[in-house]
Write a protein that binds this ligand. Structure first.
Ligand SMILES: *Cc1c(COP(=O)(O)O)cnc(C)c1O
Length: 424
């Protein structure tokens, strides 16, 4: 009987993976807290929250309990003309913690679809008003997902090169990182005309683009400039939502509020696929009409799946506990102290932190790109020591589940320092 890796290789095509050169995947049989257990008995500290989705640890008993109860009650029901308690309660509870101007929830099933829905709402809003706008402004290096609309508003890169001819035109602003704020604002004054339907942004932290961070004040100014001409603001909080940045949402740092918000990843605590797009009353109202053509004709088979909504409710129960907020602050404080140590290494540059997110660049005189070899060295060095991190090119970052213990953090930091020592 072939082992799991061999059976995998025979039938599976993995995401973001060059299958010709990929090493055999690591079989995982179980998870608990921040630890993933391998089939061979090895343990891995999940310091990237399994692609940024896990908030409270793996196989959390509270989420498992509520999901299994819901499974025996109602696994799924069509969401056109029908509704159910988990979807309504989740919408009520999500809106209660979002900026107050968010007033309606539209469900889909992942981050990319949450972005697609936001873009379609924005374009059709202008269409329905009889004042169509066709332009979108986004940031360089943005990542909003892998479906076509989401790719179109993402930064152009090698990842999307085969599809360039099919991606609609977008105008880009550089990320307003420290030192660049004035230049970006000057450029924004030119770009934000009354032809721009929407400005889409990952607030405060651009994730896949390399954990690029910038300050709330400049984002607030960008929002204000966009708003002068009525441009709708889309905050893609798929990664930054639910406590990652220290506050519940990155938008909580910014006085001006977005018109549309996209949520996924941590929404279910990383248990199930679910996406949410929220919007203001004004956007919702632009679709109300006796004229059927003003309807938002969009939906997915698994829209508002009751089991996924229940997982999100259970995750929300945990998120709102005082002890969870205390853990977020505890991790942020440890990260801040570790940042000071990181700054003493000559192989480290650009240490940056926002809440539970800590990132820095490895600097070892090589060309820096996603494809460079320092990335693979760092990845394997840490994995061999039981720490799962997945560098973005030469950018190393930590995004631990909130239940990660002080000991687990200290162990992770020590392995990172061992890596840095080995590189210098
Ligand atoms: C991951 C991500 C997405 C896409 O979400 P998927 O569920 O992977 O489709 C969109 N926006 C941001 C900011 C993300 O980090």
């Amino acid at each position: 009987m072939p082992n799991l890796s061999e059976r995998d290789k025979a039938v599976i095509w993995h995401p973001f993976t060059q299958m010709q050169t990929a090493l055999p995947p690591t079989p995982i049989v179980r998870g608990s807290g921040s630890i993933l257990y391998g089939a061979d008995g090895r343990e891995y500290l999940d310091m990237i929250a399994s692609w940024w989705v896990n908030l409270h640890g793996h196989a959390h008993p509270h989420i498992a309990q509520r999901v299994s109860e819901q499974l025996q009650r109602l696994e799924h029901v069509i969401f056109a003309d029908f509704t159910h308690e988990p979807a309504v309660e989740l919408a009520e509870r999500v809106l209660a913690i979002l900026p107050q101007n968010q007033s309606k929830v539209f469900y889909s099933d992942n981050g990319s679809t949450a972005v697609e829905v936001a873009l379609k709402m924005a374009f059709q809003y202008w269409h329905n008003l009889g004042r169509p706008r066709y332009k979108v402004v986004a940031l360089d290096n943005a990542y909003h997902g892998d479906t076509f609309g989401a790719m179109a508003v993402g930064g152009r890169s090698a990842f999307t090169a085969p599809f360039f001819p099919f991606l609609f035109d977008v105008e880009y602003l550089p990320a307003p990182v420290a030192g660049q704020e004035e230049a970006v604002l000057q450029q924004a004054k030119q770009l934000f005309t009354d032809e721009v339907a929407a400005f889409i942004v990952e607030p405060l932290v651009q994730g896949s683009g390399g954990m690029i961070m910038y300050e709330p004040a400049v984002l607030n100014e960008l929002y204000a400039l966009a708003r002068q001409n009525g441009t709708l603001i889309i905050a893609d909080e798929v990664m930054t939502g639910f406590g990652r940045t220290g506050k519940r949402f990155a938008s909580d740092y910014v006085p001006e509020k977005p018109d549309l918000m996209c949520l996924s990843k941590g929404l279910t605590g990383g248990t199930m696929a679910l996406g949410v797009t929220t919007c203001t009353q004004a956007i919702y109202d632009a679709f109300l009409s006796s004229d059927k053509s003003k309807t938002l004709f969009h939906g997915h088979s698994f829209t508002a799946n009751p089991v996924a909504c229940t997982a999100a409710l259970a995750s929300m129960d945990l998120l709102l506990l005082d002890e969870t907020q205390a853990s977020i602050e505890r991790i942020a404080a440890h990260h801040a102290a570790f940042s000071q140590r990181l700054r003493t290494y000559s192989t480290v540059a650009n240490v940056r932190q926002r809440g539970t997110l800590l990132a820095f660049d490895l600097q070892v005189g090589e060309q820096t790109s996603y494809f460079n070899s320092i990335r693979d060295r760092a990845y394997h060095f840490l994995l061999e020591r039981g720490v799962l991190m997945r560098p973005l090119g030469n950018v190393l970052y930590l995004m631990p589940p909130y239940c990660t213990t002080d000991e687990q953090l200290a162990y992770t930091y020590a392995q990172i320092e061992a890596l840095l020592t080995s590189l210098s």
